[in-house]
Design a protein around this ligand. Structure first.
Ligand code: CIZ
Ligand code: SF4
Length: 319
């Protein structure tokens, strides 16, 4: 605790000295989220992180999250310096969608509109017509489907399959998955619901279809957070990364929140559904990166220019 105090103080000072602002994802540790709140920074899903960073006047953005979030910030504001606590923090969706293989897949299907999830590298975004996050994916695909477009979707197959069921769009799916959400188990969830019949079930659509099928609300992290406040149930079972519990408890302290069960763990386990790459962000490496002003994110300018077009469509659509 004493070390945490000292680190927190050090980071506050450095943020001021470096004219920097902290932008954190909901899945990062409570320490980091508290600090972002206390220093005029921001905590949100990746779409809002991108928006906030682009609109904030600070010269330096400190992005606590995973690599694609830092890259997105850099693409949208190339004139700003973007640093991250840990450059090795990646995402199984990004890793599972290598740019060359993806480009080859797109080339095989030239008649399809290419829509990719934000959880991808800059090069994959550059190859896409559209970038979406889970908060607007269904709306964007419904819009494109309405225009008669066929969709090539990447990389999350569970999210893609969910969007297809929601919209009826003609969709080709890349076979990627999130190692966190993929682990939620349908049968165990059924048992937990039987134990808590009054509970509402909140599910992120990166989860398997049999888990989504049991949801009272399916949505992005922001939408699930809103659901905890709006829905009148006393108990919620939450199928997404447990980093979100910090904001959920803050928003609805009187409600009981349970983690949806994952493989081989009990429902009350505190560490089953947590992204190992998000967990790489800590106060210590955050302070270090700010101190040295390193761990900077660079994106090839030609790729960034291309990716800015597909990202720009998302930001415009979401307004
Ligand atoms: O699972 C993730 O990494 C999410 C939910 C990203 C996002 O869009 O905020
Ligand atoms: Fe990627 Fe899943 Fe981690 Fe999100 S939770 S960063 S989708 S691996």
């Amino acid at each position: 605790p004493a070390e945490r105090e000292a680190l927190t103080e050090r980071i506050r000072t450095l943020l001021r000295e470096r004219n920097a602002v902290l932008v954190a994802h909901y899945y990062t540790a409570p320490d980091i989220q508290i600090l972002a709140d206390a220093t005029g920074g921001h905590i949100s899903d990746s779409l809002d992180m991108a928006r906030f960073g682009a609109e904030h006047p600070a010269e330096t953005l400190v992005v606590a999250g995973v690599r694609f979030m830092g890259e997105t910030a850099k693409i949208l504001t190339p004139e700003k310096r973007v640093i991250m606590p840990e450059l090795e923090a990646t995402c199984s969706l990004d890793v599972g969608c290598p740019p060359e293989e993806f480009a080859a897949f797109c080339d095989q299907h030239p008649e399809h509109t290419v829509v990719v999830y934000a959880n991808t590298s800059a090069a994959v975004k550059a190859r896409a017509d559209w970038v979406v996050t889970s908060s607007i994916a269904v709306d964007v695909v419904r819009h494109l489907h309405g225009l008669g477009k066929k969709i090539l979707w990447a990389p999350d197959r569970h999210l893609g399959d969910y969007i297809r069921r929601q919209t009826g769009a003609d969709m080709l799916l890349w076979e990627g998955a999130c190692i966190v959400h993929e682990e939620f188990k349908a049968r165990e969830l059924q048992q937990l619901r039987a134990q808590y019949p009054q509970a509402k079930v909140l599910v992120h659509p990166e989860s398997p279809a049999a888990v989504i099928a049991q949801a009272d609300r399916v949505g992005s992290t922001t939408q699930l957070l809103k659901a905890v406040v709006e829905m009148s149930a006393p108990v919620f079972i939450v199928a997404t990364d447990n980093g979100i519990f910090h904001k959920m408890r803050e928003a609805a302290p009187e409600k009981t929140l349970l983690e949806a069960p994952t493989a081989g763990k009990s429902a009350t386990c505190q560490s089953c559904a947590h992204c190992p790459w998000m967990a790489m962000n800590g106060l210590r490496n955050l302070a270090g990166a700010l101190e040295r002003v390193d761990n900077e994110i660079f994106v090839d300018p030609a790729i960034a220019a291309q990716a800015r077009i597909s990202l720009g469509r998302m930001l415009e659509f979401g307004r």
